[in-house]
Design a binder for this molecule. Structure first.
Ligand code: ZN
Length: 114
């Protein structure tokens, strides 16, 4: 991987981290507990609880994404970015472009999923 490619991917990771951090605030707002004192009907309360559950799941997903981005950025700082965590081979740049948080090469990812 060239320095320019690394810089490009780091820029994308930082941008993504920024976007997720901002979106997290909105998700937390949607996921706040439903007050039983709210003057809403039973159906509305179920709607609200369903929305809350969705927000919670979304929040978990976003936190996981943030973790993956942090890991990728720290691996960049260590000069290990782009190395497969399993076999140590270089991960193809096309794969990293599609998913900069990838930590496994195509072969190892396939082995893990299959
Ligand atoms: Zn591998």
């Amino acid at each position: 991987m060239t320095g320019a490619e690394l810089k490009e991917l780091r820029g994308r990771l930082e941008q993504e981290r920024e976007g997720i951090s901002q979106a997290l605030g909105g998700v937390l707002e949607a996921g706040r507990p439903v007050s039983l004192d709210d003057p809403i009907g039973r159906l509305s309360r179920m709607d609200a609880m369903q929305q809350q559950a969705m927000a919670k799941a979304q929040h978990k997903l976003m936190v996981e994404q943030l973790d993956a981005i942090e890991l990728a950025l720290s691996r960049m700082a260590e000069g290990e970015f782009g190395e497969c965590l399993r076999c140590g081979e270089e991960i193809a740049i096309a794969r990293l472009r599609a998913r900069p948080t990838a930590t496994l090469c195509v072969g190892c990812q396939g082995a893990r999923e299959g």
